[in-house]
Ligand binder design. Structure first.
Ligand SMILES: [Mn+2]
Length: 284
């Protein structure tokens, strides 16, 4: 563990949710602003725990050459950061932009993804393309995929046996709404053995009332508080990285979605770094 946090802005949004690349850039800009504000502050604040350790890398996906090489470019960046033991904050456009991280993560022993997503991204319907898209990208991971646990889906179509082939565990939003304690216990248990736990946050896991800024809103989603409870259940300080996708600023309303996301990211950074400073037990 390096003690460093690398935020990668990876504005990819082809093959689904066009417009979400702007969400990655916006989240990156907000993070830069938060860090600058923290640096300007003259009295000690809790943000001092993480601010000095965060750096931001911005990937250009602007030319045909850039786009042709998107997956290799992404894999190279993810691989370097995983090898260095950085805390990786991957800000991408649509959910397919998470694929290069899954490619690299899946090569590592003890790796696991806790995926918060309204959809189970293994769609194989007659009218969905078999080429990689934001709705099926888990089927396209290079090599055997690391265990994936979904929390918060609202899927009404996929048969259980098909889901079980691709997910270690799925805990639906309905389960969370109706029996929160049992759902959270299930989340905790299914993430227990992982030594490298990544949070894969597809913003459409939130209820559209909380988070309107997504291109495929699904009702009956998680409240902001429920998402927090899920993360508390696994222990946010354990996370090795976070992938964020599907923020579509064009559909947001007065930055409500953006503020939910940025609060959560600041909270995750605090959880990651505060314990290390105060406890002194972890690696700096
Ligand atoms: Mn998704």
């Amino acid at each position: 563990v390096s003690g460093r946090a690398t935020a990668v802005v990876f504005p990819f949004d082809l093959f689904g949710s066009g417009g979400a690349a702007a969400g990655a850039q916006l989240a990156g800009d907000e993070l830069r602003e938060i860090l600058a504000d923290n640096r300007r502050e003259t009295v000690p604040t809790r943000a001092d725990a993480y601010s000095p350790h965060v750096r931001i890398k911005e990937v250009q996906l602007a030319t045909m050459e850039d786009l042709t090489a998107w997956r290799q470019t992404g894999r190279k960046l993810a691989r370097a950061s995983l090898a260095a033991g950085d805390f990786l904050l991957w800000l991408t456009g649509n959910h397919l932009g998470a694929l290069p991280v899954y490619d690299e993560l899946s090569r590592l022993e003890g790796a696991m993804a806790l995926q918060l997503d309204a959809h189970l991204d293994i769609h194989n319907f007659h009218d969905t393309s078999t080429a990689p898209s934001h709705g099926n990208f888990l089927l396209h991971v290079d090599g055997p995929i690391c265990p994936v646990v979904n929390v918060g889906h609202r899927d009404l179509l996929l048969p259980a046996e098909y889901i079980q082939r691709h997910y270690r565990q799925t805990i639906s939003a309905a389960h969370l709404h109706s029996s929160p304690d049992s759902a959270l216990a299930k989340v905790r248990a299914s993430c227990q053995g992982a030594s490298r736990l990544f949070l894969d946050l597809d913003c459409d896991v939130f209820d559209p009332a909380v988070f309107p800024g997504v291109s495929r809103p699904v009702p009956f989603g998680l409240s902001a508080g429920q998402a927090l409870a899920v993360l508390e259940a696994v222990g946010p300080e354990r996370l090795s990285g976070v992938i964020v996708s599907e923020l579509d600023p064009g559909r947001d309303e007065e930055d409500r979605s953006l503020s939910v996301l940025m609060w959560l990211l600041e909270w995750l950074l605090l959880k990651r770094y505060e314990g290390r400073v105060a406890g002194g037990g972890g690696n700096p």
